[in-house]
Design a protein around this ligand. Structure first.
Ligand code: OSB
Ligand code: MG
Length: 370
């Protein structure tokens, strides 16, 4: 694999609706798109960093810096025997997993295109469609929440997740359960609670939630084990799992019964597959999280979510749930039975629309060997 050129683009896409969580409100989605040109093909990846360190300590600026000054100089103009060799070239860089994952994704796309196989096929996927759900932000009142839930159910989503924060939790869950006693329903706290809030979680048990996502500290594994011990509802860790080692610790401590995998959070597809396999061996289901990706990241998410131990619906929604217009074609759609097709064309399996990409680009930078 000869890496001739790398390009970074800071992109800014307007969301169709503001997305509110316990971490704040997002009106635009800003990420970094990575393009790698190698031997006649272009590979694409999406680096899911955000402008400020609300979800992850990484930001657009830190990832731009690490890619530009540490990672890309060891890749551009180089020839690697294998994809693994390319990935190993940045193993000396500590942390900065989202930065690594964006470039790794583009290299996987290059590899799949050069082998004329789909990314799903290259990663070991076994399904041609996956169950998908929707992640609904915090709403001003229960009335508005109910209309959101009903609209998404009508579109076919197989599972509803709502964001919660202290004061906007039980009454929202109760209002949904009153109208929809049976739908698969889960909640995501994004670390907004502490062990002092045990009574709130105890109260949630009667609503038969599929899971409670990341209730406690964003790097915590130990306190989640204390909470899980007191609950029948499964805890699912998101923010706390950055690596295979974190997943091993969480399973050993029984901190959760389900894990959310986001390739950006754990450093890429390679680490995601290790976590997927570890969980499979321990009978722990995983599901694919989301970072409001554009179609580039979404295509990769679908490919990864086609692996067999992704047993619960992912936060992988239709393009139009996020953006007026996506930057890839075809756009992603959800079927009436709550599934999304896994692209089966070579690589990520969708075409990047260059004019759309240019329209959403804030800054771009090109790297070539000199
Ligand atoms: O915690 O899962 C999360 C979006 C940004 C940051 C964190 C999270 C989310 C989501 C969005 O829940 C899910 C999606 O992409 O649809
Ligand atoms: Mg989450």
């Amino acid at each position: 694999m000869h890496i001739e050129r790398v390009e970074l683009r800071h992109v800014k896409l307007e969301l169709v609706n503001p997305f509110e969580t316990s971490m704040g409100v997002e009106i635009h989605e800003e990420h970094i798109i990575v393009r790698v040109d190698s031997e006649g093909v272009s590979g694409w990846g999406e680096c899911v960093v955000e402008p400020l360190p609300t979800y992850s300590p990484e930001t657009i600026s830190t990832a731009w810096h690490i890619l530009t000054d540490a990672i890309i100089p060891g890749v551009v103009g180089k020839r690697f025997q294998t994809l693994e060799d390319a990935i190993t070239s940045w193993s000396w860089v500590r942390g900065h997993r989202m930065a690594k994952a964006g470039l790794e994704a583009a290299l996987f796309d290059v590899q799949a295109k050069q082998k004329h196989v789909s990314l799903s096929n290259l990663l070991g996927g076994t399904r041609d469609a996956v169950d998908v759900g929707v992640s609904i932000g915090i709403q001003p009142n229960t009335q508005k929440m109910l209309s959101e839930v009903s609209a998404y159910l009508e579109q076919g989503y197989a599972r509803i997740k709502i964001k919660i924060t202290p004061g906007k939790d039980l009454k929202f869950i109760e209002s949904i359960r009153n109208v929809y006693p049976k739908i698969p329903l889960q909640v995501d706290a994004n670390s907004a609670y502490t062990l002092q809030d045990l009574d709130i979680f105890k109260e949630m048990e009667k609503y038969k939630l599929l899971l409670i996502e990341q209730p406690l500290g964003y790097e915590d594994i130990y306190e989640h084990s204390l909470l899980q011990r007191k609950l029948d509802t499964p805890i699912c860790l998101d923010e706390s799992i950055h690596s295979l080692g974190d997943a091993q610790a969480a399973l050993a401590m029984k901190s959760c019964r389900i894990i959310n995998i986001k390739p950006g959070r754990v450093g890429g597809y390679s680490e995601s597959i290790k976590i997927h396999d570890l969980c499979a061996a321990h009978n722990i289901p995983v599901w694919h999280g989301g970072m409001l990706e554009s179609g580039i990241g979404r295509a990769g998410n679908l490919a990864l979510a086609s692996l067999p131990n992704f047993k619960l619906p992912g936060d992988i929604s239709a393009s139009k749930r996020y953006f007026k217009q996506d930057i890839v074609a075809p756009e992603f759609v959800v079927t009436p039975d709550g599934k999304m097709k896994v692209p089966n064309q070579p690589g990520i399996g969708v075409d990047v629309l260059e004019d759309r990409l240019n329209a959403v680009t804030v800054t771009a930078k090109e790297f070539r060997a000199h």
